[in-house]
Ligand binder design. Structure first.
Ligand SMILES: *Cc1c(COP(=O)(O)O)cnc(C)c1O
Length: 362
Protein backbone atom coordinates (compact mmCIF):
# COMPACT_ATOMS: atom_id res chain seq x y z
CA UNK A 1 0.00 0.00 0.00
CA UNK A 2 1.15 3.55 -0.77
CA UNK A 3 1.82 5.85 2.17
CA UNK A 4 -0.26 9.03 2.17
CA UNK A 5 1.28 12.46 1.66
CA UNK A 6 0.58 13.32 5.27
CA UNK A 7 0.65 17.04 6.12
CA UNK A 8 -1.44 16.70 9.28
CA UNK A 9 -0.85 19.31 11.98
CA UNK A 10 -0.92 16.79 14.84
CA UNK A 11 -1.03 13.93 15.43
CA UNK A 12 1.10 13.81 12.34
CA UNK A 13 3.40 11.70 10.19
CA UNK A 14 5.82 9.24 11.81
CA UNK A 15 8.87 7.83 10.05
CA UNK A 16 8.00 4.66 8.13
CA UNK A 17 11.17 2.99 9.48
CA UNK A 18 9.95 3.60 13.03
CA UNK A 19 6.52 2.13 12.32
CA UNK A 20 8.06 -0.92 10.68
CA UNK A 21 10.39 -1.54 13.59
CA UNK A 22 7.59 -1.16 16.11
CA UNK A 23 5.55 -3.62 14.08
CA UNK A 24 8.38 -6.15 14.04
CA UNK A 25 8.58 -6.24 17.81
CA UNK A 26 4.92 -5.60 18.54
CA UNK A 27 3.92 -9.01 19.87
CA UNK A 28 7.29 -10.14 21.18
CA UNK A 29 9.47 -7.36 22.53
CA UNK A 30 13.10 -8.43 23.03
CA UNK A 31 12.21 -12.09 23.61
CA UNK A 32 9.87 -11.30 26.49
CA UNK A 33 6.94 -13.01 24.77
CA UNK A 34 5.02 -9.79 25.34
CA UNK A 35 4.38 -6.46 23.69
CA UNK A 36 5.93 -3.36 25.26
CA UNK A 37 2.34 -2.44 26.12
CA UNK A 38 2.06 -5.56 28.27
CA UNK A 39 5.24 -5.07 30.28
CA UNK A 40 5.18 -3.85 33.85
CA UNK A 41 6.38 -0.29 34.06
CA UNK A 42 8.60 -1.50 36.92
CA UNK A 43 10.25 -4.23 34.81
CA UNK A 44 13.88 -4.16 33.76
CA UNK A 45 12.87 -4.31 30.08
CA UNK A 46 10.63 -1.27 30.35
CA UNK A 47 13.14 0.61 32.45
CA UNK A 48 15.63 0.30 29.59
CA UNK A 49 13.13 1.82 27.17
CA UNK A 50 12.47 4.71 29.57
CA UNK A 51 16.15 5.37 30.10
CA UNK A 52 16.96 5.11 26.43
CA UNK A 53 14.36 7.74 25.59
CA UNK A 54 15.83 10.07 28.22
CA UNK A 55 19.45 9.54 27.27
CA UNK A 56 18.83 9.89 23.53
CA UNK A 57 16.96 13.14 24.08
CA UNK A 58 19.75 14.41 26.34
CA UNK A 59 22.34 13.53 23.72
CA UNK A 60 20.48 14.91 20.70
CA UNK A 61 19.50 18.21 22.33
CA UNK A 62 22.70 18.43 24.40
CA UNK A 63 20.71 18.86 27.59
CA UNK A 64 23.06 19.69 30.49
CA UNK A 65 23.03 17.56 33.64
CA UNK A 66 21.41 20.27 35.71
CA UNK A 67 18.17 19.69 33.79
CA UNK A 68 15.59 17.00 34.47
CA UNK A 69 13.82 15.26 31.60
CA UNK A 70 10.26 14.35 32.55
CA UNK A 71 7.65 12.27 30.74
CA UNK A 72 4.22 13.51 31.75
CA UNK A 73 0.63 13.17 30.57
CA UNK A 74 -2.19 15.61 29.91
CA UNK A 75 -0.63 17.05 26.76
CA UNK A 76 0.87 20.49 26.37
CA UNK A 77 -2.50 21.77 27.56
CA UNK A 78 -1.92 20.48 31.10
CA UNK A 79 1.40 22.34 31.09
CA UNK A 80 -0.52 25.58 30.54
CA UNK A 81 -1.98 25.04 34.04
CA UNK A 82 0.87 23.15 35.69
CA UNK A 83 3.46 25.87 35.04
CA UNK A 84 1.63 28.64 36.91
CA UNK A 85 0.54 26.19 39.63
CA UNK A 86 4.17 25.36 40.34
CA UNK A 87 5.89 28.69 39.74
CA UNK A 88 3.43 31.55 40.02
CA UNK A 89 3.49 32.53 43.66
CA UNK A 90 1.75 35.38 45.45
CA UNK A 91 3.42 38.68 44.52
CA UNK A 92 4.93 37.27 41.34
CA UNK A 93 3.84 37.82 37.74
CA UNK A 94 3.50 35.32 34.91
CA UNK A 95 4.67 37.19 31.80
CA UNK A 96 3.26 35.89 28.50
CA UNK A 97 4.20 36.82 24.94
CA UNK A 98 1.15 36.29 22.75
CA UNK A 99 1.91 34.97 19.27
CA UNK A 100 -1.14 32.82 18.62
CA UNK A 101 -3.96 30.70 19.97
CA UNK A 102 -1.74 28.40 22.03
CA UNK A 103 -0.09 31.27 23.88
CA UNK A 104 -3.56 32.70 24.54
CA UNK A 105 -4.60 29.40 26.05
CA UNK A 106 -1.49 29.29 28.22
CA UNK A 107 -2.24 32.81 29.48
CA UNK A 108 -5.86 31.93 30.19
CA UNK A 109 -4.83 29.16 32.58
CA UNK A 110 -2.24 31.33 34.33
CA UNK A 111 -4.90 33.98 34.96
CA UNK A 112 -6.83 31.41 37.00
CA UNK A 113 -3.81 30.92 39.24
CA UNK A 114 -2.20 34.31 39.75
CA UNK A 115 -1.18 37.66 38.36
CA UNK A 116 -0.28 37.83 34.67
CA UNK A 117 1.12 40.34 32.21
CA UNK A 118 1.33 40.47 28.42
CA UNK A 119 4.94 41.32 27.61
CA UNK A 120 4.22 41.63 23.88
CA UNK A 121 1.57 40.55 21.41
CA UNK A 122 1.12 40.41 17.66
CA UNK A 123 -2.61 39.77 17.88
CA UNK A 124 -3.52 43.05 16.18
CA UNK A 125 -1.61 42.00 13.07
CA UNK A 126 -3.50 38.72 12.94
CA UNK A 127 -0.54 36.91 14.51
CA UNK A 128 1.41 37.04 11.27
CA UNK A 129 4.74 37.73 12.96
CA UNK A 130 6.86 37.30 16.07
CA UNK A 131 7.61 40.41 18.16
CA UNK A 132 11.14 41.79 18.14
CA UNK A 133 12.98 40.70 21.24
CA UNK A 134 13.60 44.39 22.12
CA UNK A 135 9.84 45.06 22.19
CA UNK A 136 9.14 42.68 25.06
CA UNK A 137 8.26 44.42 28.32
CA UNK A 138 9.26 42.77 31.57
CA UNK A 139 8.70 43.45 35.26
CA UNK A 140 11.17 43.07 38.07
CA UNK A 141 8.98 40.51 39.81
CA UNK A 142 8.25 38.29 36.83
CA UNK A 143 8.20 34.64 37.88
CA UNK A 144 8.91 33.69 34.28
CA UNK A 145 8.54 34.75 30.67
CA UNK A 146 6.48 32.34 28.58
CA UNK A 147 6.82 32.05 24.79
CA UNK A 148 5.44 29.67 22.15
CA UNK A 149 8.44 28.84 19.97
CA UNK A 150 6.36 27.82 16.97
CA UNK A 151 2.80 28.88 16.28
CA UNK A 152 1.21 25.83 14.78
CA UNK A 153 -2.01 27.53 13.69
CA UNK A 154 -0.58 30.79 12.26
CA UNK A 155 2.66 29.39 10.86
CA UNK A 156 5.16 31.65 12.61
CA UNK A 157 8.29 30.73 14.56
CA UNK A 158 10.79 32.48 16.79
CA UNK A 159 14.19 32.77 15.14
CA UNK A 160 15.86 34.56 18.04
CA UNK A 161 14.74 34.02 21.62
CA UNK A 162 14.60 36.73 24.29
CA UNK A 163 17.17 36.59 27.04
CA UNK A 164 16.71 38.55 30.24
CA UNK A 165 18.87 38.27 33.29
CA UNK A 166 17.05 36.86 36.31
CA UNK A 167 13.91 35.88 34.39
CA UNK A 168 13.27 32.22 33.70
CA UNK A 169 12.42 31.64 30.07
CA UNK A 170 9.73 28.99 29.53
CA UNK A 171 8.89 27.76 26.05
CA UNK A 172 6.09 25.70 24.57
CA UNK A 173 7.97 23.84 21.83
CA UNK A 174 5.19 21.37 21.04
CA UNK A 175 5.33 21.91 17.32
CA UNK A 176 9.02 22.52 16.70
CA UNK A 177 11.09 20.63 19.26
CA UNK A 178 13.98 18.85 17.49
CA UNK A 179 13.38 20.69 14.20
CA UNK A 180 16.60 22.71 14.65
CA UNK A 181 19.34 23.02 17.26
CA UNK A 182 18.60 25.27 20.24
CA UNK A 183 20.61 26.25 23.32
CA UNK A 184 18.82 24.47 26.16
CA UNK A 185 20.88 26.51 28.68
CA UNK A 186 18.92 29.61 27.67
CA UNK A 187 15.65 28.11 28.90
CA UNK A 188 14.48 27.21 32.39
CA UNK A 189 11.71 24.96 31.15
CA UNK A 190 10.83 23.54 27.74
CA UNK A 191 7.71 21.48 27.14
CA UNK A 192 6.27 19.66 24.17
CA UNK A 193 3.36 17.33 23.53
CA UNK A 194 4.89 14.46 21.56
CA UNK A 195 2.40 14.17 18.72
CA UNK A 196 4.03 16.62 16.31
CA UNK A 197 7.77 15.98 16.17
CA UNK A 198 8.43 13.32 18.81
CA UNK A 199 6.05 10.42 18.44
CA UNK A 200 2.43 9.55 19.10
CA UNK A 201 0.15 11.49 21.43
CA UNK A 202 0.01 10.48 25.07
CA UNK A 203 3.34 11.71 26.41
CA UNK A 204 4.51 15.25 27.09
CA UNK A 205 8.21 15.93 27.38
CA UNK A 206 9.27 18.49 29.99
CA UNK A 207 12.89 19.61 30.23
CA UNK A 208 13.35 21.62 33.40
CA UNK A 209 16.28 23.22 35.14
CA UNK A 210 16.81 21.81 38.61
CA UNK A 211 17.16 25.18 40.29
CA UNK A 212 13.72 26.20 39.02
CA UNK A 213 12.29 23.15 40.79
CA UNK A 214 13.89 24.19 44.06
CA UNK A 215 11.55 27.17 44.18
CA UNK A 216 8.41 25.40 43.08
CA UNK A 217 5.27 25.25 45.19
CA UNK A 218 4.73 22.15 47.28
CA UNK A 219 1.22 23.01 48.48
CA UNK A 220 -0.50 21.74 45.33
CA UNK A 221 -1.73 18.21 44.59
CA UNK A 222 1.08 15.66 44.51
CA UNK A 223 0.63 14.61 40.89
CA UNK A 224 0.78 18.24 39.69
CA UNK A 225 4.16 18.98 41.31
CA UNK A 226 7.12 18.76 39.00
CA UNK A 227 9.23 17.67 41.96
CA UNK A 228 7.07 14.55 42.36
CA UNK A 229 7.91 13.41 38.85
CA UNK A 230 11.54 14.47 39.04
CA UNK A 231 12.09 12.54 42.27
CA UNK A 232 10.36 9.44 40.87
CA UNK A 233 12.12 9.61 37.49
CA UNK A 234 8.67 10.01 35.84
CA UNK A 235 7.53 6.72 37.40
CA UNK A 236 5.41 8.19 40.19
CA UNK A 237 2.40 6.58 38.58
CA UNK A 238 2.04 4.44 35.46
CA UNK A 239 3.59 6.39 32.59
CA UNK A 240 2.31 6.10 28.99
CA UNK A 241 4.72 3.28 28.30
CA UNK A 242 3.92 2.66 24.64
CA UNK A 243 4.13 6.37 23.76
CA UNK A 244 7.52 6.58 25.50
CA UNK A 245 8.67 3.49 23.62
CA UNK A 246 7.65 5.14 20.32
CA UNK A 247 9.43 8.32 21.41
CA UNK A 248 12.63 6.33 21.93
CA UNK A 249 12.26 4.86 18.43
CA UNK A 250 11.75 8.30 16.89
CA UNK A 251 14.81 9.62 18.73
CA UNK A 252 16.85 6.68 17.48
CA UNK A 253 15.72 7.58 13.97
CA UNK A 254 16.70 11.24 14.43
CA UNK A 255 20.15 10.08 15.49
CA UNK A 256 20.45 7.84 12.43
CA UNK A 257 19.52 10.77 10.19
CA UNK A 258 22.59 12.59 11.48
CA UNK A 259 21.07 14.34 14.49
CA UNK A 260 19.30 17.66 14.77
CA UNK A 261 21.68 19.55 12.49
CA UNK A 262 20.98 17.18 9.61
CA UNK A 263 17.26 17.26 10.37
CA UNK A 264 17.31 21.05 10.30
CA UNK A 265 19.06 21.11 6.96
CA UNK A 266 16.40 18.86 5.47
CA UNK A 267 13.60 20.83 7.10
CA UNK A 268 14.92 24.02 5.48
CA UNK A 269 15.05 22.29 2.13
CA UNK A 270 11.51 20.91 2.54
CA UNK A 271 9.96 24.21 3.64
CA UNK A 272 11.77 26.10 0.88
CA UNK A 273 10.12 23.96 -1.79
CA UNK A 274 6.71 25.11 -0.61
CA UNK A 275 7.58 28.71 0.31
CA UNK A 276 9.16 29.11 -3.12
CA UNK A 277 5.97 27.84 -4.72
CA UNK A 278 4.13 30.58 -2.78
CA UNK A 279 6.66 33.33 -3.55
CA UNK A 280 6.91 32.46 -7.23
CA UNK A 281 3.15 32.34 -7.76
CA UNK A 282 2.80 36.10 -8.39
CA UNK A 283 0.29 36.52 -5.61
CA UNK A 284 -1.83 33.47 -6.37
CA UNK A 285 -0.74 31.86 -3.13
CA UNK A 286 -0.54 34.34 -0.23
CA UNK A 287 1.57 33.33 2.72
CA UNK A 288 0.07 34.32 6.07
CA UNK A 289 3.35 34.81 7.95
CA UNK A 290 5.73 37.70 7.36
CA UNK A 291 8.84 36.34 5.73
CA UNK A 292 11.16 36.88 8.68
CA UNK A 293 8.75 35.07 11.02
CA UNK A 294 8.03 32.08 8.80
CA UNK A 295 7.83 28.66 10.39
CA UNK A 296 9.85 25.68 9.23
CA UNK A 297 7.08 23.41 10.47
CA UNK A 298 3.70 24.90 9.53
CA UNK A 299 3.32 26.70 6.23
CA UNK A 300 0.11 28.73 6.10
CA UNK A 301 -1.33 30.30 2.96
CA UNK A 302 -4.49 31.40 1.22
CA UNK A 303 -5.64 31.46 -2.39
CA UNK A 304 -7.29 34.53 -3.98
CA UNK A 305 -10.80 33.52 -2.82
CA UNK A 306 -12.54 31.21 -0.41
CA UNK A 307 -13.93 29.38 -3.38
CA UNK A 308 -10.43 28.70 -4.71
CA UNK A 309 -9.27 27.64 -1.23
CA UNK A 310 -12.05 25.07 -1.21
CA UNK A 311 -11.31 23.90 -4.71
CA UNK A 312 -7.60 23.62 -3.94
CA UNK A 313 -8.27 21.57 -0.81
CA UNK A 314 -10.73 19.28 -2.58
CA UNK A 315 -8.42 18.62 -5.52
CA UNK A 316 -5.44 18.13 -3.23
CA UNK A 317 -7.40 15.60 -1.23
CA UNK A 318 -8.35 13.73 -4.38
CA UNK A 319 -4.68 13.71 -5.40
CA UNK A 320 -3.71 11.98 -2.14
CA UNK A 321 -2.64 14.91 0.07
CA UNK A 322 -3.86 14.70 3.65
CA UNK A 323 -4.32 17.46 6.24
CA UNK A 324 -3.84 20.58 4.10
CA UNK A 325 -6.79 22.48 5.50
CA UNK A 326 -6.00 25.36 7.82
CA UNK A 327 -6.99 25.18 11.49
CA UNK A 328 -10.75 25.48 11.94
CA UNK A 329 -10.25 28.83 13.71
CA UNK A 330 -8.47 30.55 10.79
CA UNK A 331 -9.36 28.61 7.62
CA UNK A 332 -7.19 28.72 4.51
CA UNK A 333 -4.49 26.14 3.88
CA UNK A 334 -1.66 24.79 5.99
CA UNK A 335 1.07 22.28 5.20
CA UNK A 336 2.73 20.88 8.30
CA UNK A 337 6.19 19.73 7.34
CA UNK A 338 7.34 18.13 10.58
CA UNK A 339 10.59 16.18 10.85
CA UNK A 340 9.03 12.91 9.68
CA UNK A 341 7.40 14.32 6.57
CA UNK A 342 9.61 13.11 3.72
CA UNK A 343 11.18 15.42 1.16
CA UNK A 344 9.25 13.59 -1.58
CA UNK A 345 5.93 14.62 -0.04
CA UNK A 346 7.02 18.28 -0.16
CA UNK A 347 8.22 17.93 -3.73
CA UNK A 348 4.86 16.42 -4.68
CA UNK A 349 2.98 19.24 -2.97
CA UNK A 350 5.11 21.86 -4.68
CA UNK A 351 4.35 20.27 -8.04
CA UNK A 352 0.66 20.10 -7.24
CA UNK A 353 0.60 23.78 -6.23
CA UNK A 354 2.30 24.85 -9.45
CA UNK A 355 -0.06 22.83 -11.61
CA UNK A 356 -3.14 24.00 -9.73
CA UNK A 357 -2.07 27.60 -10.17
CA UNK A 358 -1.44 27.13 -13.89
CA UNK A 359 -4.88 25.62 -14.30
CA UNK A 360 -6.74 28.29 -12.37
CA UNK A 361 -4.84 31.53 -12.96
CA UNK A 362 -6.30 32.81 -16.20
C1 LIG B 1 -0.65 21.09 19.56
C2 LIG B 1 -0.17 22.16 20.45
C3 LIG B 1 -0.61 22.27 21.78
C4 LIG B 1 -1.67 21.37 22.37
O1 LIG B 1 -1.17 20.14 22.67
P1 LIG B 1 -2.04 19.02 23.42
O2 LIG B 1 -1.02 17.96 23.58
O3 LIG B 1 -3.17 18.67 22.51
O4 LIG B 1 -2.50 19.57 24.71
C5 LIG B 1 -0.06 23.27 22.55
N1 LIG B 1 0.86 24.11 22.06
C6 LIG B 1 1.28 24.05 20.79
C7 LIG B 1 2.31 25.02 20.30
C8 LIG B 1 0.78 23.08 19.95
O5 LIG B 1 1.21 23.01 18.68
Amino acid sequence: MERAYNFNAGPSALPLEVLNRAQEELVNFKQTGMSVMELSHRSKEYEEVHEQAQSLLRELMQIPNNYEILFLQGGASLQFAQIPMNFLREGKIGNYVLTGSWSEKALKEAKLIGETFIGASTKEQGYNSIPHVEEIAINKNDAYLHVTSNNTIYGTQWHKFPQFENISLIADMSSDILCRPIQVENFSLIYAGAQKNLGPSGVTVVIVKKDLLENSRQDIPTILRYTTHAEANSLYNTPPTFAIYMLSKVLEWVKEQGGIQAIEKRNIEKAKLIYDAIDESEGFYRGHAEKNSRSLMNITFNLPSDELNKKFLAEAKAAGFVGLNGHRSVGGCRASTYNSVPLEACMALRQFMIEFKDNHNQ
